[in-house]
Design a protein. Structure first.
Lengths: 362, 275
């Protein structure tokens, strides 16, 4: 059963349109990430779900209820803010108890529930402190505690980890996934960090310019990006995207740019000869031998591998992953081979759709 | 070189402190001197005979207590009115989006830039027409009109420093808009409210010109004009009573300051509260 449904949501701020007809169906108990660059409309979507913004048009349902005109307090949601938004004048215990107090839960019961939430998040020692006496990670846990203490139907999380240092962030990622598993509640998670989205989500909604680009499980988003934007946005280092044209000869597709010509995996019915782009991930570039000849430009060593950027004829730059054992120096000549079975063809334009034949049908 | 500069700086600073503090000190000692000691030459630095007779005369034989009561009511009510309106007003200016919001804020500031003397006649005529002349209420209205613009701007900057997320969080946590305002905004705004209240209170406690023009019956006079009227005439100034009255007029302000000065410096210094 779908738990959260956004239907044709449009949101304009004056002359700026933040969302252009967003459709999203989130299943009960699902962990969904809204992923996209700044200004893509992901936080606006979350705030509309929370009832803090009103859509210009479209309907929002939570459970079986249309909640367009329902106040945030009555939507049975909880939200964790990027800034945590802890009430500075209240202690940790009072912060966590606040949503219970607003729901007129008797004091005795309240104390028990706060205690339980505090134990779950290891906050018991800190209950009497004020937020400013806590570290970033502790504040973050208090914000989580305040959200989960009253067992809401849906959790909304707005970049909750972005203010933490790298180590704590990876720790909290695991904690959040574990928490989601234990609570079994729907969680909607806004982030611009693709690593968070990839590692935590059941499905990722990739957004750009107020539009949904793709809504699929992390693996699908990575291996079968719906369009050029998703292909370029997901993955570090980013997918190589080369502009050129598709040529059909004897039932086989070939991609050409300059004097380079590579075979392309089978394409679907939406493919047409003409301008297009070829995309291939850095891990599908083999260094050392192959038909394409160029010069190494930049080498980034990360310990377990080297990221090599090489330059080819017609100013073509290709990024690839090379094993750490292979030592490349800038200026050195290099030959590469592209593993074209894993390549993608995209229609021309920044959001050109993917032209490959769907995997199941291939 | 360094030492002499430091010395010069210190001397200079102390000279200023002395220039400010000495009149206050002189006011205090004069109020405790008997009448015959006031004009003695050379003057006595500390009272040779210590007396409380001026205070006694002020409290028992004059209208001082009525004026004091009037001033207390006047300043308290003005402060309450100003803080209440400025709090709600600044909330509107910061949180709600509507046309002309910024220009409204600037018009309000502009009214504060007008010299209050310019407004005194129109205000007087309006208050007479409303049948409010010679009442404490007329002064409350007058003081509110010129304390409000500044109060509004002061509170606006405090309000802008309160993260909007805090209010959003309260709304999601189950509070109504008014509930969020009471539970989250007001406590955060407290330093700003205290600064504003102090400003309004001191302004209405010390105001002289409007009180002189708008009120001329003893039942409604505040301390400033009341004391002047009572003790200063064309032929005689009752110095000792005047000094005793001045001391007593300063006491409430000193008490208020002593309790709230830490908030005041915190308030004017930083408008923001970290979330």
């Amino acid at each position: 059963m779908a738990d959260v449904i956004l239907r044709d949501i449009v949101k304009s701020f004056g002359s700026v349109t933040a969302l252009r007809g967003l459709n999203l169906q989130i299943e009960e108990g699902e962990f969904v990430s809204l992923l996209g660059p700044s200004g893509c409309g992901k936080t606006t979507t979350l705030r509309i779900l929370a009832g803090l913004e009103f859509p210009t048009s479209g309907t929002i349902s939570i459970g079986d209820r249309v909640v367009n005109d329902v106040a945030p307090a009555q939507r049975d949601i909880a939200m964790v803010f990027q800034s945590y938004a802890l009430y500075p004048h209240m202690t940790v215990a009072e912060n966590i108890a606040y949503p219970l107090k607003k729901r007129r839960i008797p004091r005795g019961e309240r104390t028990v529930m706060v205690q339980k939430a505090a134990e779950l998040l290891q906050l018991t020692e800190l209950l009497r402190r004020k937020p400013r006496q806590l570290s970033g990670g502790q504040q973050q846990r208090v914000a989580l505690g305040r959200a989960l203490v009253r067992d809401p139907k849906v959790f909304l999380l707005d970049e909750p980890l972005s203010n933490l240092d790298a180590k704590l962030r990876s720790y909290m990622r695991v904690e959040l996934v574990e928490l989601h598993r234990r609570l079994g509640r729907t969680m909607i998670y806004v982030t611009h960090d693709q690593l968070e989205a990839m590692t935590m989500s059941d499905r990722i909604a990739v957004m750009d310019g107020g539009d949904l680009q793709q809504f699929a499980p992390p693996n699908t988003v990575y291996r079968e990006p719906a369009n050029r934007f998703v292909a370029g946005f997901i993955g570090t280092p980013a997918m190589n995207l080369v502009d050129g044209e598709l040529v059909l000869s004897g039932g086989d597709w070939t991609f050409r740019t300059g004097n380079l010509s590579v075979p392309v995996p089978p394409l679907g019915e939406n493919a047409a000869a003409g301008p297009a782009a070829l995309g291939f991930r850095p891990e599908h570039v083999r260094f050392g031998e192959g038909p394409i000849e160029g010069t190494v430009q930049v080498v980034e060593q990360s310990g377990h591998e080297n990221i090599v950027v090489a330059k080819f004829a017609n100013d073509l730059r290709i990024t690839g992953r090379a094993p750490a054992a292979q030592v490349w120096k800038p200026g050195e000549p290099v030959r590469i081979r592209i593993d074209t079975a894993e390549a993608h063809a995209f229609a021309a334009g920044p959001n050109g759709e993917r032209l490959n034949r769907p995997r199941a049908a291939a | 070189m360094k030492f002499t500069r430091k010395l010069a700086f210190n001397l200079f600073a102390w000279a200023i402190v002395l220039a400010v503090a000495f009149p206050l000190f002189w006011m205090l000692v004069t109020s405790f001197k008997p009448q015959f000691e006031l004009f003695r030459r050379p003057p006595t630095f500390l009272p040779e005979t210590f007396t409380l007779e001026h205070y006694w005369r002020l409290l028992s034989g004059t209208n001082f207590m009525i004026y004091f009561r009037n001033s207390a009511i006047l300043s308290t009510v003005t402060t309450l009115v100003v803080v209440a309106i400025a709090t709600v007003g600044s909330y509107s200016l910061v949180r709600f989006r509507y046309r002309g919001r910024e220009s409204l804020a600037f018009i309000v500031l502009f009214t504060y830039l007008l010299p209050s003397v310019v407004l005194i006649i129109p205000l007087y005529l309006m208050l007479v027409q409303m049948g409010l002349s010679n009442t404490i209420l007329s002064l409350v209205i007058a003081y509110s009109t010129f304390a409000l613009p500044y109060a509004l701007w002061l509170l606006r900057s405090f309000m802008a420093g309160i993260p909007e997320d805090l209010e959003s969080a309260a709304l999601v946590d189950g509070a109504s808009r008014l509930g969020a305002f009471r539970d989250v905004i007001l406590p955060q705004l407290l330093p700003g409210i205290i600064s504003t209240a102090l400003f309004a209170f001191i302004l209405s406690w010390n105001e002289y010109l409007y009180a002189l023009v708008l009120v001329n019956s003893d039942s409604a006079r505040p301390l400033t004009t009341g004391v002047m009227n009572m003790l200063v005439s064309a032929f005689n100034i009752e110095w000792s009573l005047l000094m005793a009255a001045s001391v007593m007029m300063s006491v409430p302000l000193i008490i208020v300051f002593a309790f709230l000065q830490s908030y005041l410096t915190r308030g004017f210094g930083a408008g923001g509260v970290k979330g």
